[in-house]
Design a protein around this ligand. Sequence first.
Ligand code: C2E
Ligand code: CA
Ligand code: CA
Ligand code: CA
Length: 275
Amino acid sequence: AKNTGSNSLCFFDTRMPAQVRERSDIEAGLRIALEQDQLVLHYQPQVDRDGHIIGAEALIRWCHPQQGMISPGRFIPLAEANGLILPIGNWVLETACQQLARWAEVPALAHLTLSVNVSANQLSQPDFVERVLEVLQRTGAPAQKLKLELTESALVHEIEEIIRKMSVLKEHGVCFSLDDFGTGYSSLNYLSRLPLDQLKIDQSFVQGMLQDTNSAEIAHLIMLLAERMGLVVLAEGVETEEQRAALLERGCQQFQGYLFGRPMTVEQLEGELQA
Ligand code: C2E
Ligand code: CA
Ligand code: CA
Ligand code: CA
């Protein structure tokens, strides 16, 4: 620890070792998790204005043999920092496409889209496009049902290169969604140039919109912007009927949140659809 004063030195001395230990435990554990099939995808339903399930978002979990289910918030940021996000991201894409290929064979499930989170690091790989096309082809998943979710932070560097990659995948039918919209720093100039299909209103605005006028204004503006740009708008983190009603009234087209379903196993999701 740097000696920047007695208070901070005391803080580092008592707190850092445990944090560092947890961090390297997670790193070592993640490599094993990849080798030993401890990662799983859960699926959270996405619904239309009538409440019908139109698709799902794939969300990763780590089934740790001792610690139980570990949420992505605890290991994805670490994986992004140490490069493990690349093999993890490949596993997610592969697993999601296998699932899409299975759904395509079942008439009652063939309409479902599947949204997959892609981190900035993955998108910036020179072979990203080839990799996605190869997985689609090998698994037989319909490209039109695959929706790649990008965050604004993935779009700030090498914008021309990113537009090119997105355009090639779009020609093959793949869709793109801008995740957590409103929380990052994308300029409207960039936004209009990106070949996007969907904007996701971040859950912080959805959850704040009935309490503070600021969040309500932002949510409303995002819906107007999406409409102007011809993009589908999906509200995330919808937990109450009141939130759903307010969003419906403003013209929101798609919804995701605990009100409609938590992230669940694929069997549970299929059960909801056949019920
Ligand atoms: P995200 O992409 O913004 O995903 C939405 C998060 O909100 C999920 O958390 C979901 O469980 C949670 N959520 C959904 N509905 C509600 C609701 O009504 N209320 C509340 N309070 N929360 C809700 P989760 O599964 O813990 O994932 C956290 C983040 O981890 C994701 O945020 C995403 O950034 C990242 N992540 C998850 N899976 C992957 C993956 O396969 N690859 C990458 N790169 N990142 C992933
Ligand atoms: Ca997402
Ligand atoms: Ca999100
Ligand atoms: Ca988020």
